[in-house]
Design a protein around this ligand. Sequence first.
Ligand code: CTP
Ligand code: MG
Length: 227
Amino acid sequence: MTYQVILPAAGQGKRMGAGKNKLLLTLNEIPVLIHTLRVFDEDEACDGIILAIHPQDEEEFKALLKKHKIKKVINLVPGGKERQHSIYNALKTVKSAGIILVHDAARPFIQKEHIHRLTEKAVETGAAIIGVPAKDTMKKVQDGIVAETVERSSLWAVQTPQAFRISLLKEAYDHAEKDQFLGTDDASLVERLNHSVAMVEGDYDNIKLTTPEDLFFAEAILKKRSF
Ligand code: CTP
Ligand code: MG
C-alpha cells in the first residue's frame, strides 16, 4: 500500500495576518511547512510529494527543503488563485496510477496511523476522507435567527488528508473545471460524480492553522506529544 501526496502550500495566510505565508511561521523553531512535510517524508508508504507553491515563496521554500533534508518532493508546481486550482495544477503532473492523497500543508499534526487507515480505505472504496464527529450542537442560522437545530449525530467535521484513486480524482477535477464548480474540499468534487466517499474517524488534534489563536493550540498539542 503506497501513495503519492499533493500538499497545497500556495496560500497567502490572510486570516493568520502574519504578513507572510503562515507555513513559514515556526513551531519549536521549525517551520509549519517542514513539520507537515516530515510526516510524509518519513512515512515508508509515501512514494512522492507534489508541492504547490506561490511563486513569491519559491526561493525560501527550496532553501528550507534543502536545509531540512526533505527527500521525497518529486515536483514543485505553481499554485493557482484558489486552493482547488493549486491542487489541479499538481494533479495534472501525476503520472502514476494508484492512490493520491491531498493534504493541507497547514495541518502539521496528522499522524501516520491515520494516513495508513485512510489509504487502506481508499484502496478498498476509491474515495475516503478523514474527519471527526461534531462536538457542539449545530444550528442553521438565517439572517441572525435560528432556522433549525440540525441532528448532530450525523454531522462530522471534515479534515485532510483525503484519499482517492488517481483516475477518479482526475475525472472529478476535470468535471469541476468544465462546470466551473468550486468546492470547499476535494471529496465534494467526487460526490458530484455520484461516487460514494467513505469517512474514516481521525483525531481532534489534526487542526488547520488558520487564525492567530490556532498557534496557541498548536503549542499545546506539541507539548502534549512531548510527554
Ligand atoms: N492553498 C493553496 N493555494 C491557494 C490557497 C490555499 O495551495 N490558492 C493552500 C494553503 O497554503 C493551505 C491550504 O491550501 O496549506 C488550506 O488553505 P487555507 O487554510 O485557507 O490557507 P490560506 O489560503 O493560506 O489562508 P487564508 O485563506 O487565511 O488566506
Ligand atoms: Mg485560503
